[in-house]
Design a protein around this ligand. Structure first.
Ligand SMILES: [Fe+2]
Ligand SMILES: [Fe+2]
Length: 278
């Protein structure tokens, strides 16, 4: 299935910082969705997330076109969902000097579920930093997530924020690099749809004032470029729009259900296959 989807090559989004992309058709092929990783060529190189099993060969080709396997020092896992940690064990085999970075609460499960030796796991929690030689990356818990273990990562030298699953939104079937290339009549309902139906249906139950405060904490990082697993790049004026969409989620009404259980996005009735998630 992966071979039938469009190919997006790695994209340099800041100095020595590359988005490694996979694309999957969504909702009956009417839309497509990114499954992104990140490579930061810091003094101690960092790979953020390890792709999907279905994209294994291409993912390793892309990552190792940017950094030598022996040079990878850190594999920063935003969380251990299978669309983020799909190639983790193989990455640890092929990158013998790499240590997995994950939140403290996930570390024990990581050992049990993936069989990773405890000495190859380093825990970093919300607000803590990871020294990668020439910079200190900051772990941040985004306000929306589908795993309590989720930690995004902020690079203060490039002001790139990887927000894990937050800001998820579908693209047109022909994938794009930047959210500005998504028609606004698709981005806004698609953003609501992915968050409400997939990532965080609980957001409709939260206290809006407290939620907005959490969104404000993320915005206060003053990121210049936002990337995440399931969105094209967000930068420039789109950052303010994206935070507006995020802050409004508790009271946003997602697209109406279409006949047959699908959803309506940008006027199109599209199927909603079982099993899709963030
Ligand atoms: Fe995800
Ligand atoms: Fe997830």
């Amino acid at each position: 299935m992966a071979d039938a989807t469009p190919r997006q090559l790695p994209l340099e989004i800041a100095p020595d910082t590359f988005l490694v992309r996979a694309v999957q058709f969504s909702l009956g092929s009417a839309l497509s969705t990114n499954h992104n990783s990140l490579v930061i060529r810091a003094a101690e190189p960092v790979v953020v997330d390890t792709g999907m099993v279905t994209n294994r060969d291409t993912w390793f080709d892309d990552v190792f076109s940017l950094v030598e396997p022996d040079d990878v020092r850190w594999i920063y896992l935003t969380h251990d969902d299978d669309d983020h940690a799909g190639n983790l064990n193989e990455a640890l085999e092929r990158c013998p000097n790499a240590t997995v970075v994950i939140s403290w609460a996930a570390a024990g499960r990581m050992c049990a579920a993936f069989g990773i030796p405890r000495e190859r796991i380093h825990a970093v929690d919300d607000g803590e930093t990871l020294d990668v030689g020439d910079r200190a990356l900051r772990a941040v818990r985004p306000p929306v997530y589908d795993s309590a273990y989720t930690r995004g990562v902020f690079d203060p030298t490039t002001r790139v924020l990887h927000a894990a699953d937050a800001f998820c939104a579908p693209m047109p079937a022909e994938p794009v690099d930047h959210v500005d290339q998504i028609p606004v009549e698709m981005w806004e309902p698609g953003f609501a749809m992915f968050h409400h139906f997939s990532l965080c249906p609980w957001v409709a139950m939260v206290d809006e004032t407290r939620f907005r405060a959490e969104v404000g904490k993320l915005a206060a990082l003053d990121a210049e470029v936002i990337v995440a697993a399931h969105t094209p790049v967000i930068s420039g004026p789109s950052i303010e729009r994206a935070f507006g969409l995020l802050a409004a989620l508790p009271s946003t009404i997602p697209p109406p259900l279409a006949p047959g259980g699908g959803v309506l996005v940008a006027g199109h009735s599209v199927e909603r296959p079982a099993g899709e998630g963030s």
